[in-house]
Design a protein around this ligand. Structure first.
Ligand code: FAD
Length: 489
């Protein structure tokens, strides 16, 4: 694909069409790549992508980062299309020859540039009418042969099919029920918002809630922005992610039946495989990489009770082994911990009290029950999304569940779909889902290698449905009808 090397900004506008063939909720990787597949299969379709955030780069992971935040997946696995996993690395290498190897972790902002260039190229060459709209979708209402989208701006849009690509809905901030009075400016509920670090005294002490990949990114981002004060990471398990393997090790592959049985048996097999690798002088990480292609298949064989057992007892350890950090990143974190400028504290925040100069006094209870209080000029919420979708504060997810259009899996971790992403349940509405909200049934449904397959599959299912379906018509008033053009590349 001939793409220029310049970063591009996509043509977002505030004007929403009143009627389209496909409405896409979310302008991240999931939404944009589904849009690309749809453009290629239905070159005359009318498509609208709705995005509620005002930022330029696509999605949460590639939009809020600075130039040095790194991907957690090697460049050669980040291609946007299932058939071309190495395409992102090829794109990088064409522009910066030799700078990043296939197994290197490139900056996330580079991936944002790759994705937006790919989308801009598609928009310029497709015959489809695509509108990128800055608005939040608040509610979906079934029509006779389609859906009506109610937007946060008060406008509406009718669509013959809807693709949901909303990422993971935000959790309630840990201080949501605390009366934080005048110290509101000290609370950064979304650490990726541009304003999260604004106005912060560079010598002040701050608290980062969480110790996972996002917390690490925020610590390093603060330092790059010149923050000199002490940073305290507070988390329930007090564990950092583990490092990726040293590059260049031969990948291992293991058959699915090496991981039979319930969570205990699978983790036992995994531990044994990791021990065999370390005994051979190789990284334990290879064992995790070997199970990864089978994770969804294994998860699907487990009963709800077994899944619950895994979530309760094994998830924290799974997370730090599975969601690893580049070695260079962890080396810098270790350096700061050694210097005492960064502190990692195991415990739970039990109190927030406004203090002088707009700061907060943060009380942390350790596992032994002792409570210590720290003054923080800012608190960064890096605890991640809610594990239960019903705990989310997202208006659209709440509305989908209340209206019965969507239903949750047995553990309430995500939204149920069929294998193509079509929402499961009684409603039979033409609504598909791509992304992490499918984790209840797939468990691995987070990163580009999974989402690029989901996007292609959901797009194919939407095309098939639209080619055989009737035009959209409002249920109550007979509304306007549209014709979906057929044909494809
Ligand atoms: C900090 C961080 C680092 C990551 N690093 C990597 C990595 O290195 N490699 C990797 O493969 N994956 C990584 N991931 C996972 C990453 O999230 C996925 O790769 C992918 O980008 C998810 O895309 P998405 O479109 O599903 O979700 P998102 O990127 O979250 O995009 C969803 C979009 O939908 C919008 N939206 C939600 N609801 C509505 C609504 N009702 N109306 C309108 N808009 C709405 C949101 O504003 C958001 O922009 C990372 C994630 C994070 C948070």
């Amino acid at each position: 694909m001939a793409l220029s090397s310049q970063p591009v900004s996509l043509p977002w506008s505030d004007t929403a069409p009143t009627e389209v063939d496909v409405a896409i909720v979310g302008g991240g990787f999931a939404g944009l790549m589904t849009m690309v597949h749809l453009c290629r299969s239905m070159p005359q379709a009318r498509i609208a992508v709705f995005e509620r955030r005002p930022r330029g780069a696509p999605g949460v992971a590639y939009g809020g980062c600075d130039a040095e935040h790194l991907l957690n997946v090697p460049a050669a696995r980040m291609g946007a299309f299932p058939s071309e996993p190495a395409a992102f690395h090829a794109w990088l290498d064409e522009r910066f020859p030799g700078r990043w190897g296939a197994e290197d972790f490139a900056p996330r902002a580079m991936f944002g540039a790759y994705l937006s260039q790919l989308v801009a190229h598609e928009l310029a060459s497709t015959g489809a009418q695509v509108r990128l709209v800055r608005d939040a979708v608040a509610h979906l209402e079934p029509l006779h042969a389609g859906m009506e989208l109610l937007l946060a701006s008060g406008r509406t849009c009718m669509a013959r099919a809807v693709l949901l690509g909303p990422g993971l809905p935000p959790a309630r901030a840990p201080w949501a029920r605390v009366d934080h009075g005048v110290a509101r400016a000290a609370l950064a509920a979304d650490p990726w918002e541009a304003c999260a670090m604004q106005g912060l005294d560079p010598r002040a002490d701050v608290v980062v809630l969480g110790s996972g990949l996002t917390a690490i990114d925020i610590v390093l981002g603060l330092r790059r922005a010149g923050h000199e004060g002490r940073i305290r990471m507070v988390s329930r398990n007090g564990r950092l992610p583990l490092p990726h393997a040293v590059p260049g090790q031969t990948p291992v592959s293991m058959p699915l039946d090496a991981f039979g049985g319930g969570p205990r048996a699978v983790l036992h097999a995994l531990r044994r495989a990791a021990q065999e690798r370390t005994a051979a002088g190789l990284g334990w990480q290879g064992a995790l990489d070997a199970i990864r292609p089978h994770v969804t298949a294994i998860w699907r064989t487990w009963t709800p009770a077994q899944r619950r057992q895994f979530m309760r007892h094994a998830r924290p350890m799974w997370e730090i082994h599975r969601h690893r950090a580049p070695r260079s990143v962890l080396a810098e974190i270790e350096r700061q911990l050694g210097a005492g400028t960064l502190v990692l504290e195991r415990g739970e925040v039990v109190g927030l009290v406004p203090a002088a100069d707009g700061a907060m006094d943060v009380s942390v209870r350790s596992p032994s029950g002792a409570v210590r209080t720290h003054r923080a000029a800012r608190l960064f919420n890096c605890v991640g999304p809610a594990m239960g979708v019903r705990d989310s504060i997202d208006p659209l997810v709440g509305s989908l569940l209340r209206s019965g259009l969507a239903s949750t899996d047995e553990l309430g971790m995500g939204i149920r779909t069929d294998d193509d992403g079509l929402l499961a349940g009684g409603a039979a509405a033409p609504v598909w889902l791509v992304g992490a909200l499918r984790r209840g049934e797939l468990w691995e449904s987070t990163a580009v290698p999974e989402l690029r397959v989901q996007a292609a599959r959901a797009a194919a299912a939407i095309v098939e449905r639209l080619r055989s379906a009737a035009p959209v018509r409002a249920a109550a008033d007979g509304g306007t009808a549209s014709q979906l053009p057929t044909g494809g590349r």
